[in-house]
Write a protein that binds this ligand. Sequence first.
Ligand code: PGA
Length: 251
Amino acid sequence: MSVAKLIVGNWKMNGLLDDSRARARTLGSAVSALKDSGFDMVLCPPATMINAVADVLAGSPVRHGGQDCHTEASGAFTGNISAGMLKDLGCTHVIVGHSERRQHHAETSALVAAKAAAAHAAGLIAIVCIGETDAERSEGRADAVVSAQLAESLPPSATAENTAIAYEPVWAIGTGKTASADDIKHMHALIRTKASEKVKNGAWLKLLYGGSVKAGNAGEILHLPNVDGVLVGGASLAAEDFLSIAKASVG
Ligand code: PGA
């Protein structure tokens, strides 16, 4: 299995067609020019832009994914998008259980597990997000919260091949605050142990860190033990910054 780090850009609800195409084009050509870049890059644009981004990325090693999917394959679910529809647009990955979905759409870990299962059934790699809030950390409950979310958000279909786990402390997302190297090492070791109990070949499962990753801190984070990649929000909206983050994963 690939040891290349997984560098995922979560564009959230940002951009329109023109700037999204331009960003994808810059990244696609830059990564193509590297020949063997040594990292795997995935861009997750808003759903309306996936098709356009896919067109621009065609022929480049950069892949694309969705930011969410429904638990069902089809049906009367106005406004939702199924995993199969993402697959149909050439997506390879889908983010599920992002803390913004858990918070603003009241998504539970059980729902997240059902979404991950739907992603697997459609042939997508599910990027399952977990992470504690500021209050939970100050109450000394970070390990317990993350362990419980992990146990409840992984469906029985999860394998090291079809699943990645993103540890994203909620207090670090979009705040400019990053978890310390010691905190990341501690939490990723805990996640590795717990995930290995649940998932076959858990040692190969990709564990990503997310939360205010930028060009200046990516190198240190990406070289910590048990960090197999990063999930990047804000800094993935600037092609040069995102490319610097990806390049920091090698060498
Ligand atoms: P951020 O977001 O990099 O802007 O903190 C990360 C995420 O939400 O995935």
